[in-house]
Write a protein that binds this ligand. Sequence first.
Ligand SMILES: NC(=O)c1ccc[n+]([C@@H]2O[C@H](COP(=O)([O-])OP(=O)(O)OC[C@H]3O[C@@H](n4cnc5c(N)ncnc54)[C@H](OP(=O)(O)O)[C@@H]3O)[C@@H](O)[C@H]2O)c1
Length: 389
Amino acid sequence: MGLPKAVAVLGSTGSVGRSALDVIARFPGRFRVAALCAGKNAKMLGDQARRFRPAVICLSEERAAARLGRLPAGTRVVFGEQGMTEAVCAKATDTVLAAASGVSSVRPVIAAARLGKRIALANKELLVMAGRFLVEAARAGGARILPVDSEHSAVFQAIEGHRREDVLRIILTASGGPFRNRTLRQMREATVAEALGHPTWRMGTKISVDSATLMNKGLEVIEATWLFGLPPSKIDVTIHPQSVVHSMVEYRDGSLIAQLGIPDMRIPIGYALSYPERLPLELPRFKPHRMDGWTFETPDRRRFPALSMAYAAAEAGRTAPAALNAGNEVAVDAFLSGRIRFTDIAKVVESVMAGWRGGRRNVTLSDVFRADGEAREAAMRRISFIRRP
Ligand SMILES: NC(=O)c1ccc[n+]([C@@H]2O[C@H](COP(=O)([O-])OP(=O)(O)OC[C@H]3O[C@@H](n4cnc5c(N)ncnc54)[C@H](OP(=O)(O)O)[C@@H]3O)[C@@H](O)[C@H]2O)c1
């Protein structure tokens, strides 16, 4: 088995990060924690540092450091994007588990890929915003990008070893979220608590709201274009409320290969960390006879316009996906803080994208970050005109 792999966990205090630490803790002979990075939750980060004793921990802001508490003797504290870059690029780091929310880790993860580190990628915003740059960096550095998103992990498992020209399409499954059967009028009155009530998965707040608007699936379509080198026209979405089939790949001979399992993020996290081996996770076993049946439905793009907006951004390319992502982040934040209604989220993103010009053909990473800033401002302007619910 060799030495344990040294993992830098970005977003260690979040839903995916905590599940990753659970997997790492179960297999001390295989993994050790090289670095932990979080946003502002210094209290939890300090607790994690005492338990896992990493060489480096990183917080987004220096102000929060006072709440870290007493740290193990060998643990250094660094801050912000530069600190995160240092943590992931350290010689000792083998694998980067990218699960910080938002776009804070874009440059650090690209730098780690350029150095050939394994990237276990949960953060879909990163690929949506800067997919080309991450894929190019990984190619240049000989790094592998292993998907952590359950749908992309499923596609990865169903597509590996097959010829790309034999693939007809990828079918991403979506639970449909908590408002699958709600009318538009009911969705207009939806509360934050209702939007966070995902039927099958327990996740962070932002991704839970994205699952309720179906923007999450739209972002996953863009993510899949980069991970599997396929155009958006070869990626379909189907609503599968039972969340048993995590996604499938259809081949030109009519075969469909799907990956199934219980909804537990430790499965795709473990696979991304240990690939090509599979970890004996000893989770509750899947019991097919306990299920009433599996259903598949076409998504309703009228009630969930985010999906069409994401396809349009994927087709437009250049800076459009970054603008979509940024406008959505601002809108979701406004909904979570009670400034707009649930149905306003799509309206805000729509207004950002309506006037969006894609930028020059060969966009640079700086262009993408500029687009991110401009789209955020446009979204905030639009929100300022919306009457509070
Ligand atoms: N949850 C899932 O099941 C799931 C599935 C597939 C993909 N994903 C993707 O994985 C990512 C994380 O999702 P999540 O549900 O785990 O989110 P979450 O529970 O909200 O956690 C977000 C994590 O990111 C950290 N963070 C926020 N801002 C940061 C910054 N500026 N610098 C460094 N760290 C920062 C947070 O730190 P603090 O706690 O200190 O704020 C926290 O550790 C997202 O991109 C999401 O789309 C999640």
